[in-house]
Design a protein around this ligand. Sequence first.
Ligand code: SF4
Ligand code: SF4
Length: 142
Amino acid sequence: MVRILLKFSEKIVEEPITSQIILELKVPVNIIAAHVNSKGGEVLAEVPDESLDKVVKAFRKRGVTVSLPKLIEVDSEKCVSCGACVTLCPVEAITMDEDLTVVFNKEKCIGSTCSACVDACPARAIKSVKQNNSELAAGKAR
Ligand code: SF4
Ligand code: SF4
């Protein structure tokens, strides 16, 4: 499965675009996290690797911006091993080794739809980073 970030503008946020695409393509689109209000929405979804290309094209055709979600990066030089990020992470994507080193699991992280650890870190040791979106470019999606 591949995780993609879908951004819906105010103009289209109330349209049932995701369900239309699931029905039309007969592809499962799992919603992992969503922040939606009347001004727009950001949805983190998971789609099968082999269907990524057609799902991306279908969303873009309907005016949805598709990208890879931002993930986080932990600067171990700055980290003071306070554990705040470990406690706050809703999906247990951050753990701490026996030597108090922070370990990040990118497969679990729900990225920019969360960012709880970035905001909570007292040492500013965590930052949100963009992933390379080149494989999602038109016609190049896997
Ligand atoms: S961004 Fe959220 S999900 Fe990802 S590691 Fe930080 S707290 Fe966990
Ligand atoms: S919140 Fe920041 S300082 Fe505390 S353990 Fe996590 S990365 Fe380290």
